[in-house]
Design a protein around this ligand. Sequence first.
Ligand code: ADP
Ligand code: MG
Length: 654
Amino acid sequence: MQNYWRAIKIALQYRWIVAGAFTCSLMVAVLWGGSIGALYPVLQVAVNDQSLQDWSNEQIAESKSILESKQAELQREGLPEHELIDLQDDISTEQRTLAWRQRVSWFVRQPWVPRAPFRTVLAIVVILVAATAVKGLFIFGNLMFVAQLEQRVTYDLRRQFFHRALRLDLDAFVEERTSGLLSRFNADIRFVAEGIRTLFGNGIREPLKMLSCLVGASVISPRLLIFSLVLTPIVGLLIRKLAGSIKRANRRVLEEITQLYGVLTETFNGIQTVQAYTLEQSERAKFYKVAKECFRKAMRISFYNALTKPITETTGIAVISMALLSGAYLTLNRETHLFGIRLLSRPMDTASLLIFYGMLIGATEPARKLSEIFNAVQAGVAASERLFPLLDQQPKIENPVKPITLPAQHSEVQFEDVSFHYLEGTPVLTKINLKFHFGETIAIVGPNGCGKSTLLQMLPRFIDPSKGYVRIDGIDVRDVRLKNLRNKVGLVTQRAHLFDDTIYNNIRNGRLDASETAVIRAAQKARAHKFITETLADGYETVVGASGSRLSGGQRQRIALARAMIRNPEILILDEATSQIDIESEQLIHQALEEFSKGRTVFMITHRLATLSLADRILVMNNGQVEDCGTHDELITRCELYKRLYSIQFKQSA
Ligand code: ADP
Ligand code: MG
């Protein structure tokens, strides 16, 4: 519930919209009860065939005669205590009734109140139709206000969600999976917002309508009303029991929708693999299974929703029947007591009884809708319990409270006793101690999975060491603002991601304020300018397709390199940037790097011989540890692992 409160608070920020919705609801409710009440004079006129004025006079006369007789009774000596109290009670009630009746009498004697019975009915019918039209206007207003509220809450939640998602750690995306985030973004936010719409719309309107009818009924007879309502707590209990089930059912559906998104994104992202390995059937089977589960869980919600309706309806009828029977008994027998309980101060006339019934029916109609409201709100509660914890998730990689600014140009990068594990008990890096100087080009080699990428990911803080420090000029990178740190680092990975945008914009993503000449310069440096202008019809305006799918691997990598270069980074990290591309592109990238590495610190994870020749020093890693570090000539004589790696490569390229 606490989480749902936060959604409600978002809605409450739009005070004017909420106020507008509430005012409209209030007007609808008043007109609803009022319309039923307006039938009272119609009934009086129809049943008794008298004009309103005659009826009013009769009423006053009746009240006065009752008062007289009661007061006379009060004068009698020797009355028992409780009868005395009853009498006094009756008298004061009757005095109030008389006051009301005198007011009504004043009203009906106004010149514009019709005299003849039929004209009275006609006037009231006209008023009723007009009132219904006005009520329609307010309903329209109410619906528009709450729709506005729903969309604003949706908009706010979406913004918050995206804002938060961008700050999540990279491994949160692995854990939650993109599909999980997508389904939350879609289904959960929708459920929450729909819950808010229902709560502030129907959720206020229908109870107010009920209230206005109950007030109307209590004007006729408060005690009979209470007696009629004795059954309602049972409905409350039943509904409460259902609440938990409905919430659970909704949560399960949302979980299932997440699964569904998972299958969808997996299949679509890997569509080529699916088709190449003719996995269509097994993917279909996976999808059907989840979709079926989704269907079953959704049916469960429908089951509970369907259940609430008959329950509220049956109890509603039970309430009316109680009133019907007791009211009929009292009226037909001209009684005031039932089972020894005094329900009326004096016998009720037929018209009052009918209006009393009318009011109760008027109150059960909205009560029936309460079940729908209730279900929608429960769905919102379930969704908000999934949504808000995600919004609260604190990224592990955060800006420091008191950031230190890195010097304009660093002079050394140091790994000090760095250990790291993804999972407790399986160390990926152990006690790494390394120091690199500004301007060095370092190649990192080692068997697959030995922790090369992990090590370099600590530099721009995609991960933090479990133990030890990564320092730039002695400053722990955790003490530096992320923006400051990452601005100094350029990163090109094995499959660098390009956005589905033009080549120009993709390069400019490296530095958003770059000029056109800077973009072209970067492309030239990355040896991409030639193919962009010569082989692509639209040149820099070519749209690269989702993840750059319209370019070849080598072209993609060179665009990615241009994007890194335009940043003019002091530290460049290339994580197997050339390992999956054609020889020509590789050679071009080499030329580019040879030029570009001057005056920067460059880390290259590679196992290509050609790339190794660019390096000042080569770092050999094995099993999460530093095996050796030195020049090629040093290593080839003293490092067994290096020799082995080198000879494998040598054989391959020979
Ligand atoms: P390299 O780049 O040297 O091939 P990595 O640094 O990518 O190796 O990975 C080192 C080890 O950490 C591997 O055993 C890999 O399975 C594991 N690993 C990498 N990323 C994760 C992750 N997100 N969660 C758990 N284990 C991981
Ligand atoms: Mg790697």
